[in-house]
Design a protein around this ligand. Sequence first.
Ligand SMILES: Nc1ncnc2c1ncn2[C@@H]1O[C@H](COP(=O)(O)OP(=O)(O)OP(=O)(O)O)[C@@H](O)[C@H]1O
Length: 610
Amino acid sequence: MQETGSISIHTENIFPIIKKFLYSDHEIFLRELVSNAVDATQKLKSLAQLGEFKGDLGELKVRVTVDKEARKITISDRGLGMTGEEIKKYINQIAFSGATEFVEKYKDKDAAAKDQIIGQFGLGFYSAFMVAEQVEIWSQSYREGTTAAHWTCDGSTEFTLEDAEKAERGTDVVLHVAADSDEFLEEARLRTILTKYCKFLPIEIEFEGQVINQTQPIWTKQPAELTDEDYTKFYQELYPFSEPPLFWIHLNVDYPFNLTGILYFPKVKDEMQFQRNKIQLYSRQVFITDEVKDVVPEFLMLLHGVIDSPDIPLNVSRSFLQADSSVKKINTYITKKVADKLNELFKKDRAGYEEKWSDIGLFVKYGMLSDEKFYDKAKDFVLLQNAAGKYFTLTEYQEHVQVNQKDKNDQTVILYSTDPEAQHSFVVAATDRGYDVLKLDAVLDPHFIGQLEQKLEKTTFKRVDADTVGKLIEKDETTESVLSDDDKTRLQELFTKSINNEHMHVQVDALSPQDAPVVITLPEFMRRMKDMQRVGGGGGMAMFGSMPDSYTVSVNANHPVAQRVLNAEDEAGQKLARQAFDLALLAQNMLKGEALTAFVKRSADLLAAE
Ligand SMILES: Nc1ncnc2c1ncn2[C@@H]1O[C@H](COP(=O)(O)OP(=O)(O)OP(=O)(O)O)[C@@H](O)[C@H]1O
């Protein structure tokens, strides 16, 4: 029997259209054809289990071969095969109807809409024509008494179908590679594509004599069957050369959607170097993409690993994906699983959890900021670390500071440092007073502080150098000044003149004689606006970013230096004032350039004069 026919579609020349516009994704032809071969093999295995196929299954490998000379790529399976009638039905009608629909939708659209449409179609078998000028199918059905069939199509809508000789059950798809697709005749290129998409397919895939896949990747197994080593080994396979993960979560759910996978918490060295797109998305073990946006909550994009779900609609556009209800459920499920796992780690092994905190703190805070539900869970296991290195939960910390750090309005004032080294003298001044100082030095911390202030009752945060130590937490008691009002005014004028800088506002304060003679502070409000702007607050914050800092210079009326400045001759007094001011700048890490040089010289002169 030989038959020629016309594929029943209304649109001529659909091949060139598809070829042209699916350009960027040409390599997926191999994924589609190998998946079809795997599906056909699995269908046969199911038939055998059901007793509908009684013959010998034999070896079920899928073989991919390339013949560069003959310009051929062949994908062979020993699956259930197709009769001539089935080829007409499944290839001519079903496979081609997808393509027709594609072109119908596609042809009158503008460029942007076209981009969207491309993403909606998994063209399956049809994608072979992206790289081939002619495609042949040789197939022998598993059904007894059937004849093998040979189908060819040269990329027009015409096909031929004839009886054929084929000894083995199964299907060979032969691609005659087109002149503009030479790259796919390279063994190395094909190997790369196969490794990318087919590495975990459930049926062995042999390429040029070598099996390229693991048919039972660990996410398909039960957690009880697996050891820690299995998990870390798999991680190394996915991400060679990376440091071992901190821990992992094995996802396994059947209802109301189907999802398996393993999510790893990587070691994050530098929070500005987030490695995104590391989670790989699979559908029944076929690699789809590592763009998991929308499937995984934004704050968990930093995780690594694998998610496998036949329920994720893969061939739909992004906006559809966002609205898809199973995607939403998956999102919620993953968030909950991650929170549960963190809670478990925290409860089971607090010391181990604290050790990992510098790596996981980022996820937790990011999650709390971006997801209310996550906040509610994480508020019990988020940790705060103080400048001395000790960790507290939110509740523990509130208890820790509630006696000493209540101000006169019954507000708890939490003090923090963004850099305990640079702000050392302020941290020491505060701790000497019996206050505790938190270390909040992460990029996200300004936002995190804002969130805690909203959530925790009667609590405000102040950076430890936002004010002189006596005023950081306002109490009822006041320190008396030893200076008269006149002296205070003179002192203020003297310092203003000596500093001679409009952004430095001098005031005379009655601090303790043990405090520094001069302290420079930046009001909390001002600093926050600038911090927010720096981490991308944008909008209304922008104006603060461009504003020069406006510092407060507190001159300590009760320090012996104040007396000395007042008692000195005008010029000597100014020199002393400048020296005291420079010391304050030094304590704030603000003494630079010419001022620093002048300070060093003046100090040397003063030493010599003693
Ligand atoms: N190697 C094969 N062996 C047996 N049947 C096959 C083979 N390849 C394709 N088919 C048949 O042709 C049909 C159409 O294939 P095609 O790849 O276009 O679509 P699909 O696999 O159904 O869906 P998708 O668009 O997701 O790939 C398949 O459903 C299957 O019945």
